[in-house]
Design a protein around this ligand. Sequence first.
Ligand code: ADP
Ligand code: MG
Length: 372
Amino acid sequence: MEDELTFEDLDLSPEVMASLKKMGVKRPTTIQQKAIPLLMDNMSVIAKAPTGTGKTFAFGIPILEYLNMDVKFVQALIMSPTRELALQITSELKGLARNIKGFRVASLIGGQSMNVQKEKLAKKPQVIVATPGRLLDMVGRKFVDISQIYTLVLDEADEMLKMGFIRDIRQIMALTPKDKQIALFSATMPREIQDITWQFMEGAAEIDVMPKAEDHPDIDEYMLECPEKDKIGTIMRIMAKEDLKKVIVFCNTKDQTSKVGARLAANGLSAQVLHGDIGQGTRNRVMDAYRANKFDVLVATDVIARGIDVDDIEAVFNFDIPKENELYLHRIGRTARAGRSGMAFSLVAYKDRDRMDEIIRYTRSDPKPYEL
Ligand code: ADP
Ligand code: MG
């Protein structure tokens, strides 16, 4: 058996140790045990790790341990593919830094007022969490200077690639110091991400975290053959049978989320809809209300399939079967967070059968038939 490191073994500051204690975090996850010592040694790291294994603290802790509170420039830049994930990382960092006096973090994301973001920058944050488009826009207007950073984090790098941010990432590489530390996290390592690592991360340490029993979320996966027109009724029946109070229903398109949300509401469920065309203010309010258990069913597109962490989601429904295999894993990974268990239900209409078969082959999942 491998030696397990504790947080004490990692030589963390009393401030960070106190925050971890306050948050009830006791033992580092595998990715944290592997990445934190390397990142604290100023190594660059290429980490392949499944979702839900604690990557935010894996890069967040070393950043906080090495902040220089005496200088005024941006020292760490964290890139996120989506706005929601950027806000979540920001709030996790604030929690982790609650005992560090003078710590400031700013999020720069699309859909928010530039003036508000300029005000945050005026306070000289040491850390910035950003989505690529907005960051480059603000760098271009000289609102923010990233030319002196020590550390660049690329979180969910494969997703940034899919969203067409690969040129933006190259540009960010060029605008930041050549000798910076880079921490790249990705659930998969497609060719384009490997190109980035070869070009910009020579000599980086590679970490490959296998899904491990204690890190692997405990998700009971089910599939049901279900005619398209019966999918709403099926969700209602499963929710009643399993007594579910907090679920996500994933759809493939924005239109579909609106239709499904309206039909669930018409059937007496409290449901809210979230997709990429909804204004950022509303998106934030919906996510906050969902976290606070103000409604039961979040109907969403894949804007929130990745990275988003809400502790106590009981089940995920695939109303539409995802068009990409990996999305299946990301969607079901929204449940069973932080050591809880969860359920995932895929509603398979006749037209979805081939797609579902391919997902099962690719992801090596084994969803069981569900008897209603
Ligand atoms: P990932 O980025 O790998 O998907 P996150 O960083 O979002 O995972 O972490 C998932 C959840 O696990 C969060 O709620 C986080 O607070 C919690 N968490 C992180 N590290 C630990 C730990 N060492 N012990 C217990 N919970 C943890
Ligand atoms: Mg993450």
